[in-house]
Design a protein around this ligand. Structure first.
Ligand code: HEM
Length: 370
């Protein structure tokens, strides 16, 4: 059931959070590894201390990877079998993009195992397998951009492109200081590496940042809920739908007019009955800094097209709107929209609870219907 803490939402937050921290740790460790190979060490730090840091960061990455995979597997919203965490490209959920994560895991596992067996394998074997790190990292970045549901959040996307920029800068620095191969070849290599952040930006603009990416990336229809039939009562009238909790991803704009401000929030509902939700609020800023909502309207159009729910905003609390929706000829349905972060923003995310539970507690009754 979709409580904010201790339930599937906690798993989802942990899955996303651990993924992002994991990418940060892998990036820092890759940068450190490239720098160590180039003979760099910070200030008076002895070489063994830098190497110990490199090893401990790798250990931290393994722990984070276990948390990331375990929370993804336990989260009932995303249908990923345990085998898909080990065998690339067999997941029913975004097979290719998730498969890249699995591939990265397999490559990293090979690096960890060969590092542990280093004394038995000999340095040249170990060095060859260690190069797999260079391959596993870009594969993990593509996985993050293609699978993550937060890629369209400005700070998440900025962070991911920032990781690419940091690694590119380190590689360029390393190649510039090298003496082999010939200068012309190194120049070409540096130009190619320098262009990777731009290439990632261009590809993301045409792919993960576009609306409709979830479907193109291979999210199962059940998760998109695009085929969910409208709930109908015994006499064919729209009735109370099955309660659900779903993710909401959209944008929020504000247009001030005198003392008043019209806030428009609209976006996609991922999960539940899917579709689109639009809220329009007319609010007045009070002298004590709080906001009083004069009137608010809401329209929810499930992915199946009908019934269309319209209604009003009953109250506004910190980060949440209590709504009442009614399908034409149907019963009133309580709903709650929670929004994470400030409004207005080009990208907002939150949760939509819709169902038969009393408004304000609906989330404790609704599961992540998928
Ligand atoms: C080194 C390997 C991996 C790294 C660095 C990594 C990193 C990430 C990152 C940064 C995200 C984006 C989170 C967000 O948008 O908030 C993500 C999402 C995801 N990862 Fe991984 N991952 C790895 C391996 C895996 C594996 C093996 C699986 C398979 C179980 C997996 C499954 C997922 C799923 C399902 C999501 C989407 C979560 C969501 O936003 O709803 N990842 N990963």
């Amino acid at each position: 059931m979709g409580t904010a803490l201790g339930g599937p939402m906690t798993l989802w937050y942990l899955a996303r959070g651990s993924g992002l921290v994991l990418l940060a740790v892998l990036t820092v460790n890759l940068v450190l590894g490239i720098a160590i190979q180039g003979g760099w060490h910070p200030g008076s730090w002895p070489r063994f201390a830098v190497q110990a840091m490199h090893r401990n960061l790798a250990l931290l990455a393994v722990v984070l990877l276990i948390i990331h995979v375990a929370t993804i597997e336990l989260d009932p919203f995303v249908p990923v079998g345990w085998w898909a965490a080990l065998v690339p490209f067999v997941s029913p959920y975004r097979p290719f993009w998730l498969g890249l994560g699995t591939l990265s895991l397999d490559l990293l596992a090979a690096v960890v195992v060969t590092s542990l067996l280093r004394s038995h394998l000999g340095p040249s074997w170990w060095r060859v397998t260690h190069w797999l790190t260079y391959l596993s990292w870009p594969v993990a970045v593509l996985h993050s951009l293609g699978t993550g549901s937060d890629t369209r959040l400005t700070w998440v996307f900025g962070f991911e492109v920032g990781c690419v920029g940091l690694v590119a800068a380190t590689v360029i620095f390393r190649v510039a200081r090298a003496t082999r191969p010939r200068a012309a070849v190194r120049g070409l290599l540096m130009a190619a590496v320098a262009s990777t952040p731009m290439a990632v930006l261009a590809w993301s603009a045409a792919g993960p940042l576009q609306s409709g990416w979830a479907r193109r990336a291979g999210t199962p229809t059940a998760v998109l809920a695009s085929a969910a039939p409208p709930a109908t009562g015994a006499r064919g009238q729209a009735s109370v739908p099955a309660p659900f909790t779903a993710r909401f991803l959209g944008s929020a704009t504000a247009s001030p007019r005198g003392q008043e401000e019209t806030i428009s929030i609209s976006g996609r509902v991922q999960g539940g009955d899917g579709g689109r939700l639009a809220v329009s609020l007319v609010a007045t800023q009070l002298p004590d800094g709080t906001v009083a909502v004069d009137r608010g309207t809401v329209t929810y159009r499930p992915a199946a097209g009908s019934p269309v729910y319209t209604g009003s905003v009953l109250s506004v609390g910190p980060g949440s709107l209590i709504l009442r929706l009614t399908a034409r000829g149907g019963t009133a349905v309580p709903a709650e929209l929670t929004i994470n972060g400030p409004v207005p923003a080009s990208s907002v995310s939150g949760l939509l609870y819709l169902g038969s539970a009393p408004a304000g507690r609906a989330g404790e009754d609704g599961g992540q219907d998928s």
